[in-house]
Design a binder for this molecule. Structure first.
Ligand code: UT7
Length: 331
């Protein structure tokens, strides 16, 4: 049976480090508050003029090298982001020529923090049908241009950072490795709990001088609602997923969760009785990089030599939409 597997992986974060202390000079916040409430210590910001597709390109170069393949072998691009280069066309279309690729299909996935999981599931299905042999899946974000650095936006601004990560998904007949199962969910009733309203197509025109200087231009979040839903949904989904596929926590080498808030991940691990040391994190260095967060953590873990062939990994995430999901794979 044909399975898909991660043939190559790479990530990239822009060099500019922004610490909690740096943010405390812009708004009423403190290093203590951010560390204790979120686990975040610093994040990366792209410079002016850098697009999401530029960060993605750097990650892709590393993923292609890691896969030991030529760029020209990529047959399709799936680009997950909530901070596309422009509203349209999609960032995959901007990325394609930057990679020297021509005419291959390009798809953007706008699923926020679970964009990578949704994209991986799409790539997996395409590979299994035999439609493509090598698919590029990339998650990338430039959040730093769309954060409110005044006190009004401090609850959101301290959380997010810029970054990118990419994987090459390919086919294998090897029964000892590959993507095993996915579960994907959404609850659109939660859409208003975390959203950006500046682009509102029901307004005529969709934006003008009366809307551009309002809080609508910044992401709005009801942090408590998002937090509570994240814990509840991730717990119930992980429980069902592990039960359905008869996955024993002992067998899972690492849980690779989305990096939104350390307290969310600790609560999920705690409530399910899963070993916290297997729930990995790097949010202290990068904050929440949304679509990039899961593959960025996966790449760092892999490059640290912590993942060996045959290791069982469980990727999971929750975010705006609401959307959430999990993927089980054997490395
Ligand atoms: O990827 C998925 C997307 N996002 C998430 O998963 C985020 C989920 N939510 C969260 O992580 C948390 O709700 C936050 C970190 C955003 C906020 O933490 P909290 O423990 O829920 O704090 P809170 O909203 O209850 O605020 C407590 C206090 C408030 O002050 P008062 O009303 O008690 O005087 C806030 O105004 O903390 C204040 N506050 C801050 N203080 C210093 C909010 N943001 C900050 C800040 N620095 N950055």
């Amino acid at each position: 049976m044909m399975r898909s597997y991660i043939r190559g992986i790479g990530s990239y974060v822009p060099p500019k480090v922004v610490t909690n202390g740096d943010l405390s000079k812009l708004m009423s916040t403190t290093d203590d508050w951010i560390r204790i409430r979120t686990g975040i210590e610093e994040r990366r910001y792209a410079e002016e003029g850098v697009y999401c597709s530029d960060l993605a390109k750097e990650a892709v170069l590393k993923a292609v090298e890691n896969a030991g393949m030529e760029m020209s072998e990529i047959e399709f691009i799936i680009f997950a982001t909530l901070s596309p280069d422009h509203h349209f066309p999609g960032s995959a279309c901007y990325l394609q020529p930057k990679l020297g690729l021509d005419k291959i299909g390009c798809l953007d996935v706008r699923n926020q923090c679970t964009g990578f999981l949704y994209s991986l599931a799409i790539a997996d299905a395409f590979i299994k049908t035999g439609m493509y042999k090598n698919i590029l899946v990339v998650g990338a974000e430039v959040h730093s241009s769309a954060l409110d650095f005044t006190d009004a936006g401090r609850d959101v601004a301290v959380l997010f950072g810029d970054g990118a990560a990419a994987v090459i998904v390919s086919g294998t007949e090897d029964p000892g490795r590959g993507i095993l199962h996915h579960t994907l969910h959404a609850d659109g009733k939660g859409a208003r709990a975390l959203c950006l309203d500046i682009w509102d197509i029901s307004r005529k025109p969709y934006y003008d001088e009366t809307t551009v200087n309002t809080p609508m231009r910044w992401p709005q979040m009801n942090g408590k609602i998002v937090f509570k839903n994240a814990v509840v949904r991730l717990c119930e989904t992980l429980f069902e997923f592990m039960f359905k596929h008869q996955i024993n926590a002992e067998e899972v080498k690492y849980f690779i969760p989305h990096q939104a808030n350390m307290r969310i991940n600790h609560m999920v691990a705690g409530q399910l009785g899963l070993p916290k040391e297997k729930f990995l994190h790097n949010m202290q260095k990068y904050g929440n990089t949304t679509a990039a967060s899961i593959p960025l953590l996966l790449d760092e873990t892999y490059r640290a030599g912590l993942i060996q062939p045959g290791d069982l990994l469980l990727l999971l995430g929750f975010g705006a939409g609401f959307t959430w999901g999990a993927t089980l794979l054997k490395w």
